[in-house]
Write a protein that binds this ligand. Structure first.
Ligand SMILES: Cc1cc2nc3c(=O)[nH]c(=O)nc-3n(C[C@H](O)[C@H](O)[C@H](O)COP(=O)(O)OP(=O)(O)OC[C@H]3O[C@@H](n4cnc5c(N)ncnc54)[C@H](O)[C@@H]3O)c2cc1C
Length: 394
């Protein structure tokens, strides 16, 4: 049995009926064509006001989101913490287009920073840059296109919102992750993240964490450059290491616009790139802190093995394992039980606003090489185990 196959530990937080519901959902996700059609249909039905909110709420929303309000999500955070699984909360409304929407996002981020102050259960917070500034300006900045006077003003407002989050995080001593987005926006996000890390990460423990998407074929040299810069300018880099969430969108855009895809050509190449990045960080823990954002059992096992080989204690403050709420519980709960530092990404927000997030999760789970088969096998095993225990108990 591998470290992560203890299903009793993995699903300790779920009742039998909850497990059945999850099993049903992941079974549905294992039909990619159905998921693709459903995603488009749901967006359409919501647009025309068709009453499907109740169904969505009881199924996919409850699986992947902690609640519509902050107070519902806190209950989820507490229930995870009962099993030593920590959390970081995120108001998951995406792609804000108006300045009112961006101010609202700022307010929510500041609220989660406040909530995380002195909280053992909430060691991190997060923001998505395009929730605080217009995506079109991140794109222009990435491409080096000059901004008009009006756009320059909007850009400065976006930077002011980001700085406000960082200042507040520093004031309350709460770590802040910056999500990675599409490559045509990421150049500007990278610039901002580097500036912030230089400014705020002067102490031994970083405050600001950038995100590195290793499905991109340029990230390994970028990571090496960051580490060199951290060494020479003497600051710490917090790195959320992920494979990358926008595979189809990236490749599609590259084809449509006739430029070479910025991504690795195969899953194997992404994995190889990811592993190289992973070991590079682990071998520079004096200047880096690793936040492993992955549901891959192989990647997780690699870090655990590396820690054992290098006699790094499971609860090392330099290494964090993170999974999304509703996914890869077999990693989260087993790791936490073994004493490793685990943080679940816990999104919340009004149903209508989190639909893009939910659709991404459903699609991710229905990918040919996705997690569904693994989740299904383990849930089935746990249901069988519980029935056997009950039978023996009779
Ligand atoms: C805590 C957490 C935070 C995250 N934050 C972000 C974020 O800020 N930004 C972001 O973009 N993503 C983020 N993600 C999502 C992440 O990038 C992955 O999409 C997701 O976790 C699946 O990758 P994996 O390592 O878990 O698993 P795996 O199943 O091992 O890998 C799947 C991934 O491999 C890559 N891949 C699959 N097929 C191919 C192919 N044919 N060619 C090249 N590459 C391929 C893709 O990146 C795909 O998502 C986050 C994930 C977690 C768990």
């Amino acid at each position: 049995m591998t470290l992560f196959e203890n299903t009793e530990r993995a699903f300790i937080h779920k009742s039998k009926s909850e497990l059945y519901k999850t099993y049903l959902l992941f079974t549905i996700f294992s039909y990619p064509f159905f998921v693709r059609i459903s995603g488009q249909l749901i967006v359409f039905l919501l647009k025309i006001g068709f009453p499907i909110k109740g169904l969505l709420k009881r199924t996919v929303f409850e699986q992947f989101c902690a609640g519509q309000q902050e107070k519902d999500s806190i209950k989820v955070v507490e229930s995870l913490y009962n099993f030593k699984v920590k959390s970081y909360m995120h108001y998951a409304s995406e792609g804000q287009k108006t300045s009112e929407g961006m101010e609202e996002s700022l307010k929510k981020i500041l609220e989660t920073i406040k909530l995380s102050q002195n909280s053992e259960a909430l060691p991190f917070t997060v923001f998505k840059s395009t929730a605080l500034g217009p995506a079109r300006l991140f794109e222009k900045q990435t491409e080096g296109v000059a901004l008009s006077a009006e756009e320059q003003r909007e850009w400065e407002q976006a930077l002011a919102r980001i700085n406000r989050c960082c200042d507040y995080a520093q004031e309350l001593n709460v770590r802040l992750l910056i999500d990675a987005e599409e490559s045509w926006l990421q150049g500007a996000i990278d610039q901002i993240a580097l500036t912030l890390m230089k400014k705020y990460n002067q102490d031994a423990q970083p405050l600001i964490y950038t995100t590195m998407q290793m499905y991109r074929n340029d990230r390994l040299p970028y990571l090496k450059m960051l580490i060199d810069e951290a060494k020479s300018a003497n600051f710490q880099i917090g790195i959320k290491l992920v494979r990358g969430a926008y595979l189809e969108k990236e490749n599609q855009r590259a084809i449509e616009r006739g430029y070479p895809s910025p991504l690795c050509p195969t899953k194997e190449a992404t994995d190889e790139n990811f592993n190289q990045g992973l070991y590079l960080i682990l071998n520079h823990l004096d200047h880096c802190e690793l936040f492993l954002g992955s549901h891959s059992e192989d990647s997780t096992q690699r870090v655990v093995d590396w820690m054992k080989t290098h006699q790094i204690p499971a609860n090392s403050p330099r290494i964090w394992f993170s999974q999304l709420y509703g996914m890869a519980d077999f990693l989260s709960f087993n790791l936490a039980d073994l004493g490793y530092q685990v943080v679940k990404y816990v999104p919340y927000g009004p149903l209508k606003e989190v639909i893009p997030y939910l659709i991404r999760r459903a699609e991710e789970n229905s990918a040919v090489q996705g997690q569904s088969p693994r989740e299904l096998t383990l849930i089935k095993r746990e249901l069988k185990r519980r029935s056997e225990v009950k039978a023996v108990g009779k």
